[in-house]
Design a protein around this ligand. Structure first.
Ligand code: GDP
Ligand code: GDP
Length: 442
């Protein structure tokens, strides 16, 4: 079995896990997203060091992660790290010294000594003085007698740590997936029919399906070709197999969805027609929206709905849209995997959404159209101040974000942002795609 070179970071809240995560996965993406004013919570990313590619998991992001963290959360975080990663980084705070929760983490981690390399990482060692004072953490009984003093903030010591970590990786590992093949994930509650759909797609013509190296341990992403379109089906099925008790089923199902969501360009949210849309589905959809993923809703098991009339699908769709309001741009398709009904249409739609997501509107066209709309209905004055929008441009981000340049960006109200978004959607096809509207000072 090929190793996937996975690193997990565990530790109590506020020690600096996400700061190190961001440093390891590189800043390029973060900068791109900052430009659009979008802060993204990623818990999973790609990095590389001296010719080895690796994936990093910030386990803290997957569990309840506040100061009142409790024992169950610690167990989950550690279990997740041990199961998913080849190397575990146990992070403590050199600034704060040994904390009660560090001891609890250490207690759980010590059970796994010898099974996986566990590194003890004392973060916030911004200066040599502080780096020399990390000896007190020996009391945690981890790290094989070695403590890596680092500063995630300024990069001090992270090179030495990475040298040691990648020495465990025999293979170059997988690179961050290329972005010109759509990555499609199928998410949804247990039993809605996700695996049936995936099997149907993959089973149709196995000869053109190649298993490519998974992006995570146990995840198999299959490259598939349909209607002249290539796409990758993101599947993290392996995570489910490990669930043993029912509480874990929920946890892993949830995490599996989260990870698939982070990895994909377009997320297919599958519902069961006999159950309708539930709170958990709404959560996933708003998370996908927040993460600026393309989204398609599939209502599966349409065959189970009896006495269908002309308006049955329409009414069903209206109910869904009501529940996910104000999100209104998502296509809803009624399918039956069992009867192979509209499955092709579903995939075609997902691919269209992908193309919508990559759509670039030339500045001249954007201004032609939108300045007219702004003339028709300008931003309402606030506190007697007139707001004047001069021009608009699409930002060079991965997802469609449009900047409107004006004299008083901070005065523009949410209602007006919505007005602009609606006009944008009338003129340009962004079906299935969240778009960002930001205001900049001219
Ligand atoms: P997490 O909860 O473990 O993910 O911790 P965060 O990454 O959110 O960091 C918690 C706080 O510690 C933030 O205010 C960071 O800016 C700060 N921090 C993280 N790494 C360092 C470091 O190396 N040095 C210093 N001085 N502060 C750091
Ligand atoms: P998953 O947990 O979301 O992967 O769901 P599965 O693919 O395992 O499907 C759960 C159950 O629903 C299985 O018994 C399937 O046979 C059934 N199922 C899947 N699609 C359909 C469908 O379109 N119609 C009906 N009636 N049953 C379906």
């Amino acid at each position: 079995m090929s190793t996937q070179n996975t690193i997990a970071i565990v530790g109590r809240p506020n020690v600096g896990k996400s700061t190190l995560f961001n440093r390891l996965v590189g800043q390029r993406k973060a900068i791109m997203d900052n430009e659009s004013g979008v802060t993204r919570d990623r818990h999973y990313g790609y990095g590389d060091w001296i010719g080895k590619n690796f994936t990093v998991i910030d386990t803290g992001g997957y569990v309840h992660n506040s100061e009142d963290i409790f024992e169950g959360e610690i167990n989950k975080q550690v279990k997740l790290a041990i199961e998913e990663a080849d190397v575990v980084l146990f992070m403590v705070d050199a600034d704060a010294g040994v904390h009660g929760l560090d001891e609890e983490f250490a207690h759980v981690l010590r059970r796994y000594i010898g099974k996986k390399p566990i590194y003890l990482v004392a973060n916030k060692a911004d200066t040599n003085l502080r780096a020399n004072g990390v000896g007190e953490f020996y009391s945690l009984g981890l790290g094989d007698g070695e403590i890596y003093a680092i500063s995630s903030a300024n990069g001090h010591g992270t090179g030495e740590l990475l040298d040691a970590v990648v020495s465990h990786f025999d293979e170059p590992g997988v690179e961050e997936p290329e972005s010109d093949i759509p990555r499609i994930a199928v998410v949804g509650r247990p039993n809605v029919g996700k695996s049936s759909l995936v099997n149907l797609l993959l089973g149709e013509d196995r000869s053109i399906v190649t298993d490519i190296a998974g992006t995570t341990r146990d995840s198999i992403s299959a490259r598939y070709n349909a209607f002249g379109n290539e796409f990758i089906l993101v599947d993290t099925a392996g995570l489910r197999r490990k669930a043993k008790v029912s509480e874990d089923v929920e946890f892993y199902a949830n995490m599996r969805s989260l990870r698939a969501l982070e990895e994909c360009d377009v997320c297919i949210v599958m519902l069961d027609a006999s159950r309708g849309i539930e709170a958990q589905d709404v959560n996933i959809i708003s998370l996908a929206d927040k993460n600026r993923k393309g989204i398609v809703i599939l209502v599966n098991k349409w065959d189970l709905v009896e006495n269908k009339e002309t308006n049955t699908a329409k009414d069903f769709e209206a109910k869904i849209l009501e529940k996910i309001a104000p999100i209104s741009y998502i296509p809803v398709i009624f399918i039956s995997v069992l009867n192979k009904q509209r499955v092709h249409k579903a995939i075609e739609t997902a691919i269209e959404v992908y193309h919508n997501k990559r759509r670039k509107i030339p500045t001249s066209q954007l201004n032609d159209v939108m300045l007219k709309e702004i003339e028709k209905y300008g931003p309402p004055a606030l506190k007697g101040k007139m707001i004047r929008i001069k021009y608009a441009t699409q930002l060079p981000t991965h997802n469609p974000v449009f900047a409107f340049f004006c004299n008083l960006p901070q005065y523009v109200q949410a209602n007006y942002t919505r007005y602009l978004e609606n006009r944008m959607r009338e003129h340009f096809d962004f079906t299935g795609v969240p778009i960002g509207i930001v205001f900049r000072k001219k």
